[in-house]
Design a protein around this ligand. Structure first.
Ligand code: FES
Ligand code: FES
Length: 153
């Protein structure tokens, strides 16, 4: 076991875990952050995405000891109880079906819009392509991202 300090959503946390423990397990089990989900556990679906250094990062395949920068989870988007524009757009477009993948959809969309506030449809499709949804919410995901991008005009 090792003592590891992580900065998550603006707060430092110290945990005592095996260095190879996936970041996802530490976030969910040690810090009680239930936004990131365990989908495939193989880095293939995106349900576990968090943002590190502006990149949507698959926390199920990220060893906690390798994290060198602040981690933002879904819980970190709604500062002060105000929804992030993407979260509001998700409600306005009624995006989720079962909801399981939606953490990954929102976190991946946030990283995309932070890099490119006004993406084209093709850029949205490309940016979101590896974030999987078994309920086929892709069209509503795209509409919600466009709703926020439209406000960035
Ligand atoms: S659970 Fe991490 S990519 Fe699927
Ligand atoms: S909403 Fe069900 S998996 Fe995406």
């Amino acid at each position: 076991m090792s003592t590891i300090t992580l900065k998550v959503n603006g707060k430092a946390h110290t945990v005592d875990v095996e260095p190879t423990t996936p970041l996802l397990y530490v976030l969910r089990n040690d810090l009680g952050l239930q936004g990131p989900r365990f989908g495939c556990g193989l880095g293939q679906c995106g349900a576990c995405a968090v943002i590190i250094n502006g990149v949507a990062t698959r926390s199920c395949v990220t060893p906690v000891s390798g994290v060198r920068a602040e981690v933002t989870t879904l819980e970190g988007l709604s500062a002060g109880g105000t929804l992030h524009p993407l979260q509001q757009a998700w409600i306005d477009e009624q995006v989720p079906a079962c909801g399981f993948c939606q953490n990954g959809q929102i976190m991946t969309a946030k990283a995309l819009l932070d890099r490119n506030p006004r993406p084209t449809d093709a850029q949205i499709r490309e940016g979101m392509a590896r974030t999987l949804c078994r309920c086929m919410t892709y069209y509503r995901v795209q509409a919600a991202i466009k709703r926020v991008a439209g406000r960035n005009a």
